[in-house]
Ligand binder design. Structure first.
Ligand code: CA
Length: 220
């Protein structure tokens, strides 16, 4: 597992990097925010808030805007505000200096576990009799495999990420067609009609007039 350690103080960074390597991590250590943003995306980031060139919070915000990489913020005692802001900016956890190495390891493992559980549920969803495997791009209803076009699959997978929640047409266009051109909203209707037919029950996809669509398990 590749870990990016962003820490400007050698006295902290060096023993920490060494300890993490002994635990089997591949550690890349950088000392500035700029270097952190230039580094290849790792599997986890350990990010000090107090950096010499920029603050760790803006680094956190920028990293989060690029990827879902797990981030653990490292704050100094008394920087309570940083913790709250860090979590709001998308950090997964925080740890307060000085911390014990065992405590840090436990935090890293907990964050990795949460992240992989989250990824697994996103990849494989079961909604009533509907089963969606995003990695394998397969969908089944009552065990029957659906023959879907790539866009039909993307649309169904998007609705299935939060069953019952209304997804706006603008969001569908953005996510499935990567466009914001509203003239293409008719395209959605065509795909929804095809999906309803393939799902075998039109009530699977409900239209919320003037708002968008939602996935709904048909009543037995
Ligand atoms: Ca520092």
């Amino acid at each position: 597992m590749k870990l990016l350690l962003v820490e400007d103080e050698d006295a902290i960074a060096e023993p920490l990097a060494e300890g993490l390597r002994r635990e089997g991590f591949v550690v890349e250590r950088v000392a500035t925010g700029e270097a952190a943003l230039a580094a290849a995306t790792p599997d986890l980031v350990l990010l000090d808030v107090g950096l010499p060139d920029t603050d760790g919070l803006s680094v956190c915000r920028e990293l989060r805007s690029r990827s879902g990489v797990p981030i653990i913020m490292v704050t100094a005692k008394g920087e309570e505000i940083d913790r709250v802001v860090g979590l709001e900016l998308g950090a997964d956890d925080y740890i307060v200096k000085p911390f014990g190495f065992r405590e840090l390891l436990a935090r890293i493992r907990a964050v990795m576990r949460r992240t992989s559980e989250r990824a697994a549920t996103q990849r494989h969803a079961r909604i009533g009799p509907l089963e969606i495997d995003e990695r394998g791009r397969r969908a089944r209803v009552d065990g029957r495999e659906l023959e879907l076009t790539p866009k039909e699959f993307d649309l169904l997978a998007l609705l299935a990420r939060d069953p019952g929640a209304v997804v706006s047409k603008a969001e569908i266009l953005q996510e499935v067609w990567q466009t914001t051109w509203f003239g293409s909203a008719k395209t959605i209707d065509v795909h929804v009609a095809a999906l309803r037919k393939k799902l075998g029950d039109p009530s699977w996809i409900q239209t919320v007039r003037g708002v968008g669509m939602r996935l709904h398990v048909p009543d037995e």
